[in-house]
Design a binder for this molecule. Sequence first.
Ligand code: BV8
Ligand code: ZN
Length: 254
Amino acid sequence: MTTADALAIAPALVDALAAARKVTVLTGAGISAESGVPTFRDAMTGLWAQFRPEELATPEAFLRNPKLVWNWYAWRRERVARASPNAGHFALVELESRVPEFLLVTQNVDGLHARAGSCRMVELHGNIARTKCFDCERTADEKDLAGDDVPPRCPHCGGMLRPDVVWFGEMLPANALEQAMRAARECEVLLSVGTSTVVEPAASLPFVALQSGAWVVEVNPDPTPLTPRARFALKGTAATMLPALVSALQARVG
Ligand code: BV8
Ligand code: ZN
């Protein structure tokens, strides 16, 4: 594993970041991998190994088998609660403090960016720690999760409670998506970190930035559909590459 400080980050990229007024960052499940949170694909183990995530993360799957889907999320919620932000999350907090107009757009539902201290951020796919009613959509309190029902019931209408995340086939929160699209259109640099660049509409954001003439930088140990189009493809993990990027920026601008 290449250590962060040994990494040579292209001077042109450091200059672009130092000069940029507007920087947008898109993150996916990969940035949380080094915090021990399984990526979306890796979450299919044990009881859920025989399913593809797209089969479980849908309203239809929840209605077909509410206990199975509720327990999958309860298991993931427990994994997230035990996890802590890693050096990649903290590097983005440092970057945010250096950029006049910064927006972090995350697909992740694990809340680790907020726990690391990111402020200017939108969650495109909701948050696994929040629970709402499948029927009346009211947000549930922690106390509503007690009791023997699996899934628990809504105290207002008796409907089944569900994780407050965006399932496949569901619309993303309009305000978050609008902010993300605008930030992709207007930024000078977009970093795409730890995402397979498959799930829409989030996967279109780096290409929207490219269309608008932004420099797009990918951070991912593996290739994705974005890799051939990125101005820089930093082939490595978020917890290594992002601190290296930020320390190169600090060395340049102090
Ligand atoms: C929508 C919350 C409009 C849930 C998630 C047919 C019918 C209906 C819709 C569709 C359809 N065909 C296509 C669609 C659109 C669909 C879609 O995109 N499907 C995909 C499968 C093609 N999208 C939707 O349905 C969206 N809504 O379109 O509404 C609509 C409405 C009705 C009808 C039609 C359209 C809703 C999408 C949101 C789904 N919810 N999450 C939950 O978490 O349980 S998305 C989920 O997948 C996660 O949020 C995650 O971010 C994302 C991707 O999963 P992963 O692959 O695990 O994660 P990631 O992509 O980040 O991959 C990991 C990457 O990290 C890899 O590249 C790996 O190399 C890298 N990595 C690994 N380790 C590291 C690392 N990188 C850096 N450092 C490391 N250490
Ligand atoms: Zn309800």
